[in-house]
Design a binder for this molecule. Structure first.
Ligand SMILES: Cc1cc2nc3c(=O)[nH]c(=O)nc-3n(C[C@H](O)[C@H](O)[C@H](O)COP(=O)(O)O)c2cc1C
Length: 202
């Protein structure tokens, strides 16, 4: 089975889709994506992931500015090594069109309190957001929508929080542009399994 309802087909063709059309995504579809994200597991079933869907043009352009400075820093710090040309070109394209993405979904975690140890916070509270993000990516792919995890706008976290009016204890951890793809979904580039799989011990 290789249709759009086969979860393995969806997983194996769920590329970071950076080139998107500006066409709006119906609100019901966006709600469906967030509902799928909300089904992801969270520690103790706290359900503390929060999803801010940004469609307003001014808000998008503010976030696009933050994304731009992070993307520029990434591109300046990543040498144009072999195999990186495609990613670099797509990152630059996305940077230049970020304000035209129809929806930016900001994945966040509502903390119960400010953790003392940011490493533990990353593993625990932060870990409760990523399963939902993966659900969102797969749901988008299944519905023919493209999406990418991005973190560039988070380099100035305080500025992003201020743009979104986030309460102190709500921490954003990813910004996902979502829209109809310009490119095609296709197979992923991954190392051979024997490089990452071990049985019983290292
Ligand atoms: C934690 C995390 C952060 C990421 N941040 C960015 C980002 O800021 N910008 C971007 O274009 N892609 C970002 N990505 C997407 C990865 O670059 C992408 O998933 C990876 O290159 C594999 O490509 P593929 O998903 O198309 O197979 C991020 C992915 C993860 C998991």
């Amino acid at each position: 089975m290789t249709d759009e309802t086969d979860v393995f087909h969806i997983m194996y063709t769920c590329r970071a889709m950076r080139r998107l059309k500006p066409d709006p995504v119906p609100e019901a579809v966006l709600v469906k994506l967030i509902d799928a994200a909300h089904q992801g597991p969270t520690g103790s079933n706290r359900q503390n992931a929060r999803w801010i869907v940004v469609r307003d043009a001014r808000q998008r352009s503010r976030i696009a500015e933050l994304h731009r400075s992070g993307a520029d820093a990434y591109l300046a710090g990543t040498p144009a090594a072999q195999g990186m040309e495609k990613i670099r070109a797509a990152v630059a394209w996305q940077r230049d069109h970020f304000d035209q993405m129809p929806a930016l979904i900001v994945a966040s975690i509502a903390l119960a309190q400010r953790p003392a140890d940011s490493f533990v916070a990353g593993l625990g509270a932060g870990g409760s957001g990523w399963p939902g993000v993966q659900n969102l990516l797969l749901a988008a792919r299944a519905l023919g929508l493209g999406a990418t995890i991005t973190t560039f706008a988070l380099r100035d976290r305080a500025a992003l929080k201020s743009v979104l009016g986030l309460p102190d204890l709500v921490e954003p951890f990813a910004v996902l542009p979502v829209g109809y793809p310009r490119g095609r979904f296709g197979p992923l580039t991954r190392r051979p399994l024997n490089e990452v799989l071990r049985w019983d011990r290292w």
